[in-house]
Design a protein around this ligand. Structure first.
Ligand code: AHG
Ligand code: MN
Ligand code: MN
Ligand code: MN
Length: 320
């Protein structure tokens, strides 16, 4: 019966993406091959995390593994990694149509205490086979063709969007395959949680301070919200997607652009949020409309449940 069919008819991430891409026969094989190489990197980092590799080594190791896996896929032309100051231009003989921006190991301060960490990635596609330049990746996030993250926690979960909804896959270690476990993730329209580093509160701007004040002391008689902050963007965003609420890394007086990087942190997570029915806002505009000018640009970010982000947008609009 149905339960058995579920157990025996395994929806692997490869099968899922092949189905999804069957409408675009030209790109279908290439995208699947690229994704398989990203998945290989995620499996490697997952197994290294479980073995308890040292922090420094793990940062560098993860970056190396992703770069080698991406280049050898033969489907990429330019790579941007949080760990490398310069973009990597893939040598001509190994070039393909995709640009990948990624944070190989996010939440690195959490490694040594065993708290969840992750990998974040975003994918752009170039139109023709011109010589790749930085302009190919200095594109607004809404131009991404796919984005996702892998969380290395009590289990290893890969969350992916190719622009039509968001799906979650869990690594079955005995099979070595990511299996669809969270089909069509939709973020609750309104949440009961806010997530921010409150240690920075003395330097916040008015609207951020007011929003957090409203979370604790609601003026409309609604119950106060719960605070959850892990300090690993992947884990904080994952919880926000599943349970609803807000995740913020706002600007402050000391860092007027916030902390998180536009290309490989803000954009992929904003892409996932919008595809799950939520919103992502910078304090000034829709996050996915930002046009980065440098590959390691930063931006303030407020993302999460649709209604909760509306509330933050209203506070910024009122300030003028
Ligand atoms: P990374 O480990 O890749 O440098 O990024 C860490 C980021 C992100 O994961 C998290 O949301 C944020 O730093 C936490 O910053 P604070 O410690 O300032 O709260
Ligand atoms: Mn990071
Ligand atoms: Mn990192
Ligand atoms: Mn770092």
């Amino acid at each position: 019966h149905a339960a058995d069919a579920h157990r025996t008819d395994l929806m692997t991430i490869t099968r899922f993406v092949l189905n999804e891409q069957s409408k675009y026969p030209e790109s279908r094989g290439d995208f699947t091959i690229l994704l398989n190489h990203i998945v290989l990197g995620c499996k490697f980092v997952c197994s290294s995390v479980n073995k308890g590799e040292e922090q420094k080594k793990l940062d560098v190791l993860s970056n190396e593994v992703f770069i080698k896996a991406l280049v050898s896929s033969g489907r990429t032309c330019i790579l941007v990694s949080e760990e490398d100051e310069d973009a990597i231009i893939v040598e001509p003989s190994k070039r393909g149509r995709y640009c990948v921006v990624f944070d190989p190991l996010d939440g690195s301060s959490n490694i040594d205490c065993g708290v969840s960490i992750g990998t974040i990635f975003g994918i752009y596609m170039v139109k023709d086979d011109h010589e790749p330049t930085l302009a190919d990746v200095l594109q607004p996030g809404k131009q991404m063709v796919a984005a996702g993250y892998c969380m290395y926690g009590s289990s290893c979960t890969l969350v992916l969007s190719t622009g039509k909804g968001v799906n979650g896959f869990t690594l079955d270690p005995s099979l070595g395959e990511f299996i669809l476990t969270h089909p069509d993730i939709r973020i609750p329209k309104k949440g009961k949680i806010y997530s921010v580093n409150e240690g920075n509160a003395k330097n916040w701007d008015g609207p951020t301070a007011k929003y957090v004040e409203n979370c604790k002391f609601p003026k409309d008689g609604s119950p106060s919200k719960s605070l959850r902050y892990i300090g690993s963007m992947v884990a904080d965003v994952h919880r926000t997607l599943l349970y609803g609420g807000t995740f913020m890394y706002p600007a402050d007086k000391k860092s007027p652009s916030g902390k998180l990087r536009v290309l490989y942190e803000v954009f992929p997570m904003s892409f996932l949020m919008e595809n799950a029915g939520g919103q992502a806002f910078t304090g000034k505009q829709r996050a996915l409309d930002l046009v980065p000018t440098k590959i390691h640009d930063r931006s303030p970010i407020f993302l999460g449940s649709y209604d909760d982000i509306e509330e933050i947008k209203a506070l910024y609009a009122a300030e003028g």
